[in-house]
Ligand binder design. Sequence first.
Ligand SMILES: Cc1ncc(C[n+]2csc(CCOP(=O)(O)OP(=O)(O)O)c2C)c(N)n1
Ligand SMILES: [Mg+2]
Length: 587
Amino acid sequence: MVQTKPNGAAQAETQRSGPVRMTPSEAFVETLRVEGVTFVPGIVGSAYMDALDLFPAAGIRFVSVAHEQNAVHMADGLGRVSGKPSVVIAQNGPGITNFVTGVAAAYWAHTPMVVVTPAVGSLGVGLGGFQETEQLPIFSRITKWQVAVNRPERMAELLRRAFYIAKAELGPVQVDIPRDYFYGDFFSEIYPSLTLERGPGNRDQIAAAAETLANARYPVVLAGGGVVAGDALAETRELAEFLTAPVACSYLHNDSFPYDHELAVGPLGYQGSRAAMETIALADVVLALGSRLGPFGTLPQYGLEYWPPNARIIQVDADHRVLGLTKRIELGICGDAKQTARAILERLRALAPGRVRNTATIRDITQRREAWRVELAALSSKAGTPISPRHALKTVAEALPDNAIVTTDIGNISSVANSYLRFKDPRRFLAAMSFGNCGYSYPTALGAKLGRPDLPVVAYIGDGAWGMSLAEVMTAVRENIPVVAIVWNNNQWGAEKKNQIDFYENRFLGANLQNPDFAGIAREMGANGYTIERASEIAGTLREALASGRPSVINLLVDSEELGDPFRRDALKKPQRFLERYAHLNA
Ligand SMILES: Cc1ncc(C[n+]2csc(CCOP(=O)(O)OP(=O)(O)O)c2C)c(N)n1
Ligand SMILES: [Mg+2]
């Protein structure tokens, strides 16, 4: 069952008298205003300057960045910590093509976002005048919805629609606006978008799910991103407690269940928790709550084929398209994670009123968690210089405040961080999700800090990826966004180098780096810059950087020899060559 209701501010706004005279630029900023938008990252451009000029009066802070890709990542961080659509804007043509990677990343992170793409003027379309490219096809496969404003009078209406769909479908939507359509005047009405309220899904399926779970021998809950996005933690916890079901977090959603809960077993997937894997391997019923069961998130790890092939799977997701997509499931419930968890629990309470806590399960997962803790501690115990990345990952994780937001990049060390990062609350872990682009974490952290200035925000980035991000330190300084960046500096594109070690007999091509002094550069840009060579300095420096209230870069020099398992072992093969010229390169 699907219902719609106006969001909070809408009640007040609907009291307003009907259409009033305004320009499209006014309709544009007024719509942002009533949607509660307070930040818009981008780079200044003539294409939308008439609207930009109104931002301060509308209470909107324009956050000027160094590269438009990073404006989108910033909006991504903001959207992910707030759960509300963020907005990003840039100049038509090159400003907009610079958006592409950021939008693709947000699409796979399920981030609600309105991507505003001012376009070439309507009278110039097709003439190749200046900064012209067709901007809709470029984003067609990485947005949930697209619209071109085809008449200036429709500015508010179409923009409002974009907000509605960004919220309802959780992803980027695009509003393309010919630059001449910011001018003119007409009568328009401004009011906020509706918010889709989803229900718990089909009643018979809820009953069947409750029945299956009540009779399960070893039910396990897999809490996915939908638990975070759907604000379903309390319901997930209650349901798991009722069943005494261990709860695993899906890959890179380490914040979907509190690590210190007695039923928490940690995250699945690359460098995840062995305890989670060993636990889910035993399940006869898996309740996947708010998860698309992404194929990458259940690949074998630590030599374990842990996904239980014969388990009965109940998958709950708000997006019907992901049900049964990657695994054969028994029940696919299209519903809101929160509403569905609550409905299943109500039904279970009626079915099994006298159900008691299963102390054997608690004992059993406590042991597995402890074994993993001991194993991880041993893996992370290497002292001395150069600093072992794992030792540093453990030290940083232990020094992080409990309420910190952490963003991670793509790279060997950032990915191994998955073993160490633990969260008590949702919306704290912003990893580069399935799109897997280097250069994600720092600008995303800047956006997260804008959205949650009350929380410490720390970004993990490899030194290679830092080359893509470091210009935004200027942004952090200018805009006063005190994020702490930890640059895991191993002088290499480590994740790819590891593939050359394992598959290409140490023929290093493009893998070695020669880095400048990242701390010095940061200081030059006006931030704090620290270089760390000894593990004993890590915790103190991190605390100092966080306490400084200033943008900070920690250049953490780590051992280049220590590299985690290759990320894509599943997709690589030993080389085979037939031509004489390449014969010596055979495996
Ligand atoms: C935009 C982009 N370019 C290239 C890649 C391929 N890639 C994946 S991991 C990686 C190496 C990352 O190196 P670094 O940031 O130094 O981290 P490390 O692996 O050394 O920890 C590269 C190049 C990618 N994922 N994204
Ligand atoms: Mg590196």
